[in-house]
Design a protein around this ligand. Structure first.
Ligand code: ATP
Length: 204
């Protein structure tokens, strides 16, 4: 049983692969959702978020309003750095504790955590394997226009703001190329799963 970090750029196909790994028998978590749980009153990040960004990030019920926080950090790169400094180490610690807890409770499935920012956040030490999903710029633009009605300019800006795939590849233990059909993607994912988890080093 392994702990696998699944990463890749916008629209590369991470969520599709993550869903499929769940079908193949992995326990799958989403790092974004784990991060959002830390915003809750009493959770690890709540106090620091308020002392850093002020009570204006709260809604009338005292919950962190992610839209308000997003508006601050996406218009101010320094604010984004401060947010990441609060969130990334706490997310790492929360994920580490979650893995330890389920293992202690006897969980035997491999755990996959989908994390777009895995490498930027330096979460590599959490994982036995890092799987990277890559697709060409043209495929990403075409798929996000088709499935999410995202226009080319917006997606290109997001791609420019991300870590380049060339850098991600340096950290990956396996790369899932996603320039073919969905069937190809699922077949590659199944092959990788079989060779690393179902038989291979991770078999229990
Ligand atoms: P994000 O980081 O933006 O959430 P993602 O990396 O999780 O994106 P997905 O949501 O899995 O990417 O894929 C983006 C879109 O492209 C989805 O609508 C998905 O169905 C589609 N898609 C992924 N792979 C393929 C493929 N090989 N052929 C056709 N469509 C695909």
């Amino acid at each position: 049983m392994l702990t696998i970090g699944l990463t890749g750029g916008i629209g590369s196909g991470k969520s599709t692969v993550a869903r499929y790994l769940g079908d193949l028998g992995a326990l799958v978590w989403d790092a974004d959702k784990i991060g959002h749980a830390l915003y809750e009153p009493g959770a690890e990040a709540y106090g620091d978020l308020i002392s850093t960004f002020g009570r204006e990030i709260l809604d009338p019920a005292g919950l962190v309003d992610r839209k308000k926080l997003g508006a601050i950090v996406f218009s101010d790169p320094q604010a984004l750095v401060r947010l990441n400094k609060i969130m990334h180490p706490r997310m790492f610690e929360r994920m580490r504790a979650m893995v330890a807890r389920v293992r202690a409770e006897g969980e035997r499935r491999s755990i996959v955590i989908e994390a777009a920012i895995l490498i930027e956040a330096n979460w590599q030490p959490l994982f036995d394997r890092i799987w990277l999903v890559v697709a060409s710029r043209e495929h990403v633009l075409e798929r996000l226009a088709r499935d999410r009605a995202m226009d080319r300019k917006r997606v290109e800006a997001r791609i420019r703001a991300q870590l380049p795939d060339a850098e991600r590849r340096m950290h990956a233990t396996a790369v899932i190329e996603n320039d073919g059909s969905l069937e190809d993607l699922l077949a590659r994912t199944a092959a990788l799963w079989r060779e690393t988890v179902a038989r291979g080093a991770g078999a229990d």
